[in-house]
Design a protein around this ligand. Sequence first.
Ligand code: BTN
Length: 234
Amino acid sequence: MWNILRFDELDSTNAYAKRNSSLLTDHTVIVAQTQTAGRGRLDRKWLSQKGGLYFSLLLKPSQTGFLPNLTQLMALSVCQTAQNLGANAWLKWPNDVLADGKKLCGILSQAVTGKDGFEALVLGCGVNVRQEDLNAAGQPAVSLHTLGIETNEESVLQTLLETFSAGYENVLQRGFETIRPDYLARFPYLGREVRVKNGAEEIRGTAETISPEGKLKLHTPRGFMEISIGDMMV
Ligand code: BTN
């Protein structure tokens, strides 16, 4: 199902996928052992030393109604994979995977558009696997190794692709509702006060639920609000 392209080093697997999108087929995986210009959300730098798993999926689905939910499926797949390895991992909406209160994985999805509109989705994922020192990550981070779990990037990638593939068609056809119970079971913030930042705007409220569309529903002093994107802080 997946065509895997492996590199020792790339600037960024997302950048490579975007540059070569028209030449690459649907379901191509680009993996690099290191990245010299790994990027995170909000154009942050993503530390990409050896020992981490850095990959991007290039997807060219004919249906595009539920693309943001594919990012949530990837986060869920990483969380399930880490839990099955013994990590006490959980999800922070919309697509962070944490363990020990620190970041285990980050996901950056980017659309490739051309003159006829949407051409491809690049789903980039960085999982901390064997790194020993993540002090330069720019944010509190853990690896499976620092959690006491010994595995390797290839094994995590294979399990992750299997898990993601199992949910892919359902999410593509019917969206977040197909993974909602599994997602909610790993989202420990319900009933807790959270803040969500989207650009300059910050919304505070109690996390009520995640809607069937995958939006975060908050109970705020101004009433209920459903939020589609943002950075959730606790
Ligand atoms: C985040 O900010 O949480 C998202 C981080 C995404 C990092 C991955 S590593 C593989 C792919 N290539 C990139 O340059 N970024 C993503």
